[in-house]
Design a binder for this molecule. Structure first.
Ligand code: ATP
Ligand code: MG
Length: 572
């Protein structure tokens, strides 16, 4: 029996970009039905509503692909809206990074960039409307008292002693709240709903709080700020959003979403919840990601170890691979965790098509070819991508001294080692057969320093004229014109599949997640690569030029290894 979760099983269809237009899920089912019913004149208008309090992560990518994808599919519109109602945690740095990331993922909000803060005056006027219709009151309880009065899941709440204030008194006090007459936290505006409701969100929730914090857009214009639940549904309504797609934790807030819009009698957007994306070996909450940044566990939001869009970009992920991944996992109504191997699988499929193959030696071991003429060098041709003949080929220079990978030599090899060892012959990729004749070792440590080999000049085609076979083909870089490079290898940022499960997520941080190799040697074509360029380093994985790279001193990130553990599971 297939015991994988439905989302994972769905992945058997492989990540093919074509699937986006055909995938059908429960949200699209609702939309199709609404269109058939002529609801909203058949209009489909969605939004992606980030709070600018951190950088976007792979979970947001799912929401972005869903909202923009649905709009595109139904020839509708998708807005980008910053839900900026909590000035103490928000910042323009985040606004800018979010726009950059959404664009990089390949989506376009055209002229529909909005901010909830643009609606502050309108939201204030709506609140006055609620007071006038007796649906909201000014409450003098402190935050702690409000919490106390609210009750619990099993205990009903108690009504605030200020609940019975007259409309006139409420209007007066609310205006004075806005005018800055009262201390921070001393009063709130609350909805008058039902303190006995089984849904705690409906127990007279706070609509406005007093908070003297400068806002990154409205400055000090306001000292009262609307709460998220209130601002969000009103913003959706103002923008004419037909389908307000959000994650499951808002399911219990939906009655409140509907209540506000009904009481206000304004356009009624429909909230639809889906399960958020969780990935193995990954934390996804912005609060936790911020901790990693602030406490120095990573070098920044765009550290290649981070699951942020900017981190994934720097690591070498492509927008196509992330979009394909989001298509492949689909949307579900039940929370689940997707294997990070699937994300890497989608990435590999994409890079396999686009990444030129080059040779890079990560742990160099010098090889001197004794019978190769001193001072000579020759050009050998190397194809750039066997998957794509249009990518052409390049010339590599071959000469007397080359580097191979340390791990490709063993003095005393076990049975199944098919690489180089004393007396054994192997093929150099794109070049000759070489045979190991002798080994130079460090006198003190016994470490292998250098190999002496001979080459067979007849094997330039990769075959021996006498038909003799070799078992291994090794990558190499010429010592003469190879370029020194730094290479960063990564493992999962956490040692646990579910980092938070057994307590503090920080206790499962993998302190060996980054390994930096500073003595690598790469082909000269790589000197001029730019940040974001992708390569397959033969036998070593897919790599991407890092932003730390400088001319003559390139730096590469290993994006992902070659071994596809996801495909392996599929083929079992
Ligand atoms: P976090 O919980 O990670 O801090 P958030 O939900 O507070 O994120 P928002 O800026 O409010 O972050 O998110 C913007 C949109 O992205 C929301 O509609 C939210 O539901 C969606 N979203 C956030 N995290 C995920 C996720 N892991 N999977 C899918 N959608 C997500
Ligand atoms: Mg949120």
């Amino acid at each position: 029996m297939d015991e994988r979760k439905p989302e994972e099983r769905k992945a058997d269809v492989t990540c093919d970009s074509a699937s986006s237009s055909t995938s059908f899920d429960f949200i699209r089912t609702i939309i199709e039905r609404d269109r058939a019913d002529g609801k909203n004149e058949g209009r489909v208008h969605t939004r992606f509503p980030p709070e600018p309090n951190g950088y976007l992560h792979i979970g947001h990518a799912k929401s972005i692909c869903l909202n923009f994808g649905i709009a595109a599919q139904y020839k509708g519109l998708c807005n980008l809206r910053f839900d900026d109602t909590n000035p103490s945690k928000e910042d323009v740095e985040y606004v800018d990074s979010i726009m950059e990331d959404v664009r990089w993922l390949g989506f376009d909000w055209a002229d529909r960039l909005f901010y909830a803060s643009d609606y502050f005056e309108q939201l204030y006027q709506y609140a006055i409307g609620l007071i006038e219709s007796g649906k909201a009151f000014v409450c003098d309880l402190s935050a702690e008292e409000i919490r106390e009065y609210r009750g619990t899941l099993t205990l009903p709440g108690r009504e605030s002693p200020y609940r019975g204030r007259t409309v006139r008194e409420n209007l007066d006090l609310f205006k004075r709240m806005r005018d800055g007459e009262f201390e921070d936290g001393s009063r709130t505006l609350r909805a008058k709903i039902d303190m006995a409701s089984g849904n705690i969100n409906m127990r007279d929730p706070v609509i406005y709080r007093i908070q003297r914090t400068s806002h990154h857009r409205t400055g000090d214009d306001w000292c009262i700020y609307p709460m998220y639940d209130y601002a969000h549904c009103c913003s959706d309504s103002i923008e004419g959003i037909t389908h307000s797609i959000c994650t499951l934790e808002f399911e219990d807030h939906r009655p409140l979403y509907d209540w506000y819009l009904e009481q206000l009698g304004i356009f009624h957007s429909q909230q639809i919840e889906f399960a958020r994306l969780n990935l193995t070996y990954t934390v996804m909450s912005k609060r936790k990601l911020l901790q990693l940044v602030e406490e120095g566990y990573v070098t920044g939001w765009n550290d290649p170890l981070m699951p942020t869009i900017s981190g994934l970009r720097r690591r070498g992920f492509t927008p196509e691979s992330i979009r394909n991944f989001c298509d492949t996992i689909g949307v579900a109504k039940r929370d689940s965790t997707v294997s990070i191997d699937l994300l890497n699988h989608c990435l590999r499929e994409d890079l396999n098509k686009r990444a030129p193959r080059v040779m890079a030696v990560l742990h160099p071991l010098k090889v001197v070819i004794d019978n190769y003429p001193e001072g000579r060098s020759e050009e050998v041709e190397a194809v750039n991508n066997p998957e794509d003949p249009e990518m052409g080929s390049r010339m590599l220079s071959f000469s007397k001294e080359i580097y191979i990978e340390k791990s490709d030599f063993m003095e005393d090899p076990p049975g199944k080692f098919f690489r180089l060892s004393p007396g054994r012959e192997i093929r150099l990729k794109h070049a000759y057969f070489i045979k190991c004749e002798s080994v130079v070792k460090d006198d003190l440590t016994g470490e292998v320093k250098e190999l002496h080999c001979t080459y067979d000049p007849e094997t330039g085609s990769g075959q021996a004229p006498d038909g003799r076979k070799v078992k291994g083909t090794l990558h190499w870089v010429s010592a003469e014109d190879g370029v020194k490079a730094t290479v960063r290898l990564y493992q999962h940022l956490f040692t646990s599949e579910d980092p938070g499960a057994a307590g503090d997520f920080k206790e499962t941080i993998n302190s060996d997640a980054l390994e930096e190799l500073t003595d690598c040697v790469v082909e000269p074509v790589l000197t001029d690569s730019s940040p974001g360029d992708h390569f397959q380093f033969l036998r070593n994985g897919y790599f991407c030029t890092d932003t730390d790279s400088r001319p003559g001193a390139p730096v590469f990130n290993r994006t992902v290894g070659l071994r596809d553990s996801w495909a392996k599971i599929q083929n079992k």
